[in-house]
Design a protein around this ligand. Sequence first.
Ligand code: NAD
Length: 387
Amino acid sequence: MKVGVPKETLPGEHRVALVPDVLPKLKAAGIDVLVERGAGAAASYPDAMYEEAGATLVSGDEVWSLSDCVAKVQKPTVAEVGRLRAGQALVGLLSPLIDPGLMATLAEHGVTAISLDAIPRTLSRAQTMDVLSSQANIGGYKAVLVAAEAFGRYFPLLTTAAGTAKPANVLILGIGVAGLQAIGTARRLGAVVKAYDVRPETKEQAESLGAQFVTLSTAIDATGSGGYARELTAEERAAQQAELNGVIATMDVVITTAQVPGRKPPVLVTADAVRAMKPGSVILDMAASALGGNCELSRVGETIMTGNGVRILAPENLPATVPISASQFYARNLQALLLHLVKDGELTLDLEEEITAGVLITHGGKVVQPATAKLLEPAPAAGGTAA
Ligand code: NAD
């Protein structure tokens, strides 16, 4: 079986789907890797390293036409979809629940689409394939570095001949994979860290990394399914907001990571809360997307300076800014998935098996993953109109 690795085309996407390190194991499983010349360059993996590891270097056209499976990081562009043919497989971070229309198009093209963001994360045997975790971990780390760079003071407590610098007060909102890494990184830089989440089990996790958990007087347990949070009710949101605003006002740096699967991210830092912050404070909204973010004022891809001197950052793709590590971990996750799906050098899809059933979005001309198929069902006809 031939797996092809094209150069990523999204601006700023410096990651590459496979790195040279993982090629020997794939080769042993009957997988030959074709790499578009220059595909790993932005992640500091030059063509020569791929060649040494046993890859065949090919042109941009050949990587699409000669591969049985195309391995990407980002979902394909319209032009890339046009290069795929029936019976070919495509694997990447396809976001099927955010872009079900693209999945319908891939199904029409007869493409077998496999999405790495649909790995069942609660299965321990799928942990090595968990791209969302590996990339969120890198995002959480980089978020702290970016926020520290935007902050005009030291993070640690420093006593020097010229005086003493107070440590920065950092608040992490959302204690999932990214939030935990952000706590650890901010602590390693010497900040005093507070953290908050609506899943009570995160209290112990945050404390074990040296953060103080913010406990609100109105206890909220919004544990949802699969380890994720559920959306809060309007009353819970109001109670949470009133108290969080008080905490946010005392912070120097706020890093937000809160997500609710399939929904718009919750607003945790309102415009009023931003207005109450000190000049020089920094907010970094990791959840920001075109749908909105955790901060009411953030705009994805932009840095805003508010009238009261607060910087609001909303970087778009933090893992891509750590491309060597992010590609290495992405490639390890993809290697584990390919070794799981390929038997005797052939893609072997057992739809009864949990991991395969989770990641397989389109196959045989149909959208087969139930959650995505449901989103594509025609909306029920509008009710009767008044005569
Ligand atoms: P995520 O990106 O969906 O959300 C980040 C955090 O935001 C979560 O901790 C969530 O509880 C929190 N959040 C949501 N709404 C909030 C609100 N209104 N206020 C404050 N916080 C809010 O989460 P994630 O990082 O992908 O992790 C989700 C879960 O999946 C975690 O429990 C993680 O441990 C679990 N996980 C399990 C496995 C496994 O079992 N193998 C692997 C990876 C992740």
